[in-house]
Design a protein around this ligand. Structure first.
Ligand code: PEP
Ligand code: MG
Length: 584
C-alpha cells in the first residue's frame, strides 16, 4: 500500500505509530483489523466455527420457543438457520476475508450491509421480513465471533501498539481502549476541550480530529501514524517517514527530560509575583506526574471518571474512600480539590439517567443530577467526609447555577455527617467548599456565590461553551470557541474581583490554564492559581518566569475594552505577550 496522509487538526500533541484499527460509523463493537497473509486461513476457520456455534444456538432457541409458544413461531428459527447455512452468504464473507485481508467481524458486517441495502429497495413485505431475519442472523453470528477468540480490541492486547480511527469516541470508550493497548486516536469530530480530548491528554495519547468522513470510513491500511503535532494521520508510512517520526519522538523525550529538570523551580514572574500551579487529575494513573512535574497539589480531581470506569456498577463508598485517600497521600503536603461527580452531558453513564434528554448538555448535568439522585451521591459525600480526616481536602461543586444548590449540598453533608456519627465512623464535616464558575449565570453572580463558599474555580471550558453557545465537541462551530473573546475576559475579571472582595481563593482549571498563549492574559487579569494537566506545568512555569506582572496587567486592561478575540490577540502580540509559546 502507498503512503497516504489524512489531514485533520491537532488536539493532543505527540506522535505514535501502531497497527490500525478502524471503527465503523455506527457500532463501536465491530471494527476492522488488517490481517497478515498467514492469518487468513485461521480467520476463515474462526468464521466457520462461529457459523457452527450459531446454528446450534438457533436450534436450541427453536426448541425452547416450540415448547413455550408452539410450532408456528418456532418456524422463524428454521428460516434463520437456512439463511445462516446459505453457502452463498458464507462464501461472500469468506471471500471478503481473503480478498480484503480483514477480520471476520468486519467482513460479515460489510457483507450484510451490502445485502441489506438491496433488500431496502424491494417493496415486498415478505422480503422485508427476510431482511429482519438476516439482521438477526448477523447479530447472532457477531455474538458467536465475540465469544470465539474474537479480534475485539481487548483481545488485541498483544503488547503491540494500536491506533484507532473512528467517527467519534466517548470519554469512557477512550479510557477502555487505552487500557487495551491503544496509543493514539484519529477522529472525525472533537474539539480541544471535549472530554474525550481531555482524557486523551491525561493519558498522553496523541489525538487528531477533524478527519473527513471518507477518510475515517475504512482506510485499507495496516499501520498508521497519529501525528498530533502536525494534526495529520499517515497511513502505511514509508520507511523514511517512520524514521522521521522516530527521530521526532527522541527529540520530544529530550524536551521531557528538560521539563523534569525544571520541576523544582519556583513559578514566579520576573518581578516576583508567585503563581500556584496545581494538577488536574482525571485518573489515578496520573498521580506519579504530580511530583514529576512539580505540581503544588491537585486543583481538580474529576471524580466522575472513576464512576465511568466502574460503570455499569456503581463505585462503592469504600472504593471512593480508597481513591481519595490515595490522592491525598500523593499530593501531601499540598491540598486536593475533589470535584463531586460531573456526570451528564457527554460524560453520561446511561445507568444513571434513565430519561432520554434532547439536549443533555443543557440538562441534568453536574450538581443538578447529583442532587436529584442522592441515592448515588450519598456514598460519594460519605467517602469525602471520611477521607477528610487526613486533612488537606477541599470539595468542589460542578455546574452551579443558583446558590440554592450550594445550600442543598450543605444539607446533604449534614445528613451524611449525622449518619456517620451514628455509625461511629471517623469523619470531618467542616469541609472547605468551592463552586465551579462555569455557567454565565454563576459568573455574573460570582460575588454572591462567594458568600456561600470558601473558594471559586473558573471552568473556562464550559464557560466558553455556554457563553458563546458553542458545543465544546462540535467540529462545525469550533471557530467560535474563543476563550479570548472579551465577553469571557469580562466574566473572568468579575470573578477575580468577587473572590478578592470576599477574601476567598480563586483558581482556573479549564484547558486555557495549560495554554502558554493565555498565560500572560490570565496573569494580567489577576489569576494567581492555575490548575492543569500535570505535563503542561513545566511549559507554563517557564512562561510565568518570563513575564512581568505590570505589563501583563496593562495588556489585560486593554483587552477588556476591545470587540473581538482577534483584537485581544493583536494587543497581546503587540505587547510581546503571545510569544515564547510552546504548545503542550
Ligand atoms: C471546565 O468546564 O472548564 C472544567 C474544568 O470542567 P470539565 O472540563 O470537566 O467540564
Ligand atoms: Mg466543566
Amino acid at each position: 500500500m502507498d503512503e497516504r496522509v489524512l489531514a485533520g487538526r491537532s488536539i493532543v500533541a505527540g506522535s505514535v505509530i501502531g497497527r490500525l484499527v478502524t471503527f465503523g460509523p455506527g457500532s463501536h463493537e465491530v471494527f476492522r483489523v488488517a490481517l497478515e497473509a498467514d492469518q487468513i486461513g485461521a480467520e476463515v476457520e474462526r468464521l466457520r466455527a462461529a457459523v457452527g456455534d450459531t446454528a446450534k444456538e438457533l436450534r436450541r432457541t427453536r426448541r425452547q420457543v416450540a415448547e413455550i409458544a408452539g410450532e408456528r413461531l418456532a418456524a422463524i428459527f428454521d428460516a434463520q438457520e437456512l439463511l445462516l447455512e446459505d453457502p452463498d452468504l458464507q462464501s461472500r464473507v469468506e471471500n471478503r476475508i481473503q480478498d480484503e485481508r480483514v477480520n471476520a467481524e468486519w467482513a460479515l458486517e460489510e457483507t450484510l450491509r451490502a445485502l441489506l441495502e438491496r433488500f431496502a429497495d424491494l417493496p415486498s413485505e415478505h422480503l422485508r421480513q427476510r431482511a429482519d431475519d438476516l439482521r438477526d442472523v448477523g447479530r447472532a453470528l457477531q455474538r458467536a465471533l465475540a465469544g470465539n477468540a474474537s479480534q475485539t480490541v481487548e483481545r488485541l492486547r498483544t503488547g503491540e501498539p494500536i491506533v484507532v480511527l473512528a467517527h467519534d469516541l466517548t470519554p469512557s470508550e477512550a479510557i477502555r481502549l487505552s487500557r487495551a493497548g491503544v496509543v493514539g486516536f484519529g477522529l472525525e469530530v472533537g474539539g480541544q476541550t471535549s472530554h474525550t480530548a481531555i482524557i486523551a491528554r491525561s493519558l498522553d495519547l496523541p489525538l487528531v480530529a477533524g478527519l473527513s468522513p471518507e477518510n475515517v470510513a475504512v482506510p485499507e491500511a495496516a499501520v498508521a501514524i497519529i501525528d498530533g503535532d502536525r494534526g495529520v494521520v499517515v497511513l502505511d508510512p514509508k520507511p523514511a517517514t517512520r524514521r522521521r517520526y522516530e527521530r521526532s519522538r527522541r527529540r520530544s523525550s529530550r524536551h521531557a527530560a528538560r521539563d523534569l529538570a525544571d520541576a523544582g523551580l519556583a513559578a514566579a514572574t520576573r518581578d516576583g509575583t508567585v503563581v500556584r500551579l496545581m494538577a488536574n487529575i482525571d485518573l489515578p494513573d496520573e498521580l506519579p506526574d504530580l511530583g514529576r512535574y512539580g505540581a503544588q497539589g491537585i486543583g481538580l480531581y474529576r471524580s466522575e471518571f472513576h464512576f465511568i470506569e466502574c460503570s455499569p456498577d456503581l463505585p462503592s463508598e469504600e472504593e471512593q474512600l480508597a481513591v481519595i485517600t490515595r490522592l491525598l497521600a500523593a499530593a501531601a503536603p499540598h491540598p486536593v480539590v475533589v470535584r463531586t461527580f460531573d456526570l451528564g452531558g457527554r460524560k453520561l453513564a446511561q445507568e444513571v439517567i434513565a430519561t432520554q434528554e434532547n439536549n443533555p448538555v443543557l440538562g441534568l448535568r453536574g450538581i443538578r443530577l447529583t442532587l436529584q439522585r442522592p441515592d448515588i451521591f450519598r456514598s460519594q459525600v460519605r467517602a469525602i467526609l471520611r477521607a477528610a480526616v487526613h486533612g488537606g481536602l477541599r470539595v468542589l461543586l460542578p455546574m452551579v447555577t443558583v446558590v440554592e444548590e450550594i445550600a442543598r449540598f450543605r444539607e446533604l453533608v449534614a445528613e451524611c455527617a449525622a449518619e456517620l456519627a451514628a455509625e461511629g465512623l471517623p469523619f470531618r464535616a467542616d469541609l472547605e467548599l468551592g463552586s465551579m464558575i462555569e455557567v454565565p449565570a454563576a459568573a455574573l453572580i460570582a460575588d454572591r456565590i462567594a458568600r456561600h463558599v470558601e473558594f471559586l474555580s473558573l471552568g473556562t471550558n464550559d464557560l466558553v461553551q455556554y457563553s458563546m453557545a458553542v458545543d465544546r465537541g462540535n467540529e462545525h462551530v469550533a471557530y467560535l470557541y474563543r476563550p479570548f473573546h472579551p465577553a469571557i475576559l469580562r466574566m473572568v475579571r468579575f470573578a477575580v474581583d468577587a473572590a478578592r472582595a470576599a477574601s476567598v481563593d480563586l483558581l482556573v482549571c479549564g484547558e486555557v490554564a495549560a495554554d502558554p498563549r493565555a498565560t500572560a492574559l490570565l496573569l494580567g487579569l489577576g489569576l494567581r492559581c492555575f490548575s492543569m494537566t500535570p505535563r503542561a506545568i513545566p511549559v507554563i512555569k517557564q512562561r510565568i518566569r518570563s513575564l512581568a506582572t505590570d505589563a501583563a496587567a496593562a495588556a489585560a486592561e486593554a483587552c477588556l475594552e476591545v470587540e473581538s478575540a482577534a483584537e485581544v490577540e493583536e494587543i497581546l502580540a503587540a505587547a510581546g505577550l503571545l510569544e515564547g509559546a510552546r504548545t503542550s
